[in-house]
Design a protein around this ligand. Sequence first.
Ligand code: SF4
Length: 459
Amino acid sequence: MTEMRLTPLQYMERVAAHFGTAPHAVFVSTFGCQQNEADSERLCGMAHAMGYADAATEEEADLILINTCAIREHAELKVLSYLGTLKALKEKKPALLVGVCGCMPAQGHRVEQLKKSYPYVSFTLDPASLDKLPEVICTLLEGGRRRFVTGEENPPIAEGLPCARRVRHKAWVSIMYGCNNFCSYCIVPYVRGRERSRASGDILREVETLVADGCHDITLLGQNVNSYRGDCDFAALMEKIACLPGDFRLRFMTSHPKDVSDRLISVMAEHGDKIAPHFHLPLQSGSNDILARMNRRYTRERYLTTVGKLRAAMPHIALSTDIIVGFPGETEEDFNATLQVIEHVEFDMIYSFLYSPRKGTPAATMEAQVDAAARAARMERLLAVQNDIALRLATPYVDRTVRVLADARGKQEGILAGRTDTNRLVYFAAPEEMIGQFAYVKITRAEPFALRGELINPK
Ligand code: SF4
């Protein structure tokens, strides 16, 4: 153990000095959500600052970082199986460091399992301790023993850590961490702790730097962005960012329906030049009984009122949602209530999930678990309803010209994939050099989940 506590930046310098000019490489493997993607960019940024270059494969790496997800048991099993594949590598290369980071090692039973059954895991870091990466690497390189780090209950947010963004044209910016909501099916509050918000000045500086560096699509991230409480509320933060100069569009996720404020809706409407006309509002269920069992703390009526306000303020706003199918106690009547809301609202996109019990959450031990066949049948019905709606909403795009941020290569040669301001996926023929730029595309074909079109001009 290192006696004197240095800052993360000082530890990074110390590791870099330890390596000198000897080449070292890091491989980062990310499981789970956008928050984990964003966290991995920080882990990677810190590794670079310590002198690690990127390794193309695990075999080339001296440090393997696995950023894990605990949202479903299945996600954890995938990580454990991946870890199993690294055992032989560690035997071949004893100096290899393997770190398991993120939500999985925030659970005591998983840490015990990693300690006992995976002796080649060199260290763990829970989500609140990621800034300890340089310190842990430093102590291990200096001969220290395996480390299993769990953070304090409400640690201060470490600002100024380096970040290795995967692409230049779009970025996630975490504005807060943790969650206070305790939805009955969700493990997040147990593994990511209570809400902690960054100061608005730090967020603004980060956005300014991104925009100056050519970033055109910025998504503010938080488990429930509506409960952002830095030195202002979320609506005020959005307004401050939307007033920054530059050619960018602003998105956010995720928004809890119980906390959407009228002020946020008016800020979105007033700053339509910057704030994307898209709102992801997770419904989860259209049945008030099920919403109560989920501890969501809104009703279907309140949800529909919010949708009405959004549409009144921004008639062309795109709405997307999350639905859990087969939550414990969900009857045919409850499920039909969900379908009714879906048909009434007409979401552009639905992310639907079959309920699966998550150990450690209240819902996992609730009575009346819905059997797998009923869950699957309901999911099929939901998908059929949503397919029709998605196609119905996509069709009016034909012959319209839309602004698209070219994002990546499509599956076919010469075709790029991008997103409209409303977050619709668009495929169009264009040179690869256009990736990262806004383009205007005339839509020629509509499919439920993608549009196809022709490039009108590069800007
Ligand atoms: S709001 Fe609910 S679903 Fe979202 S992270 Fe918090 S507890 Fe989980």
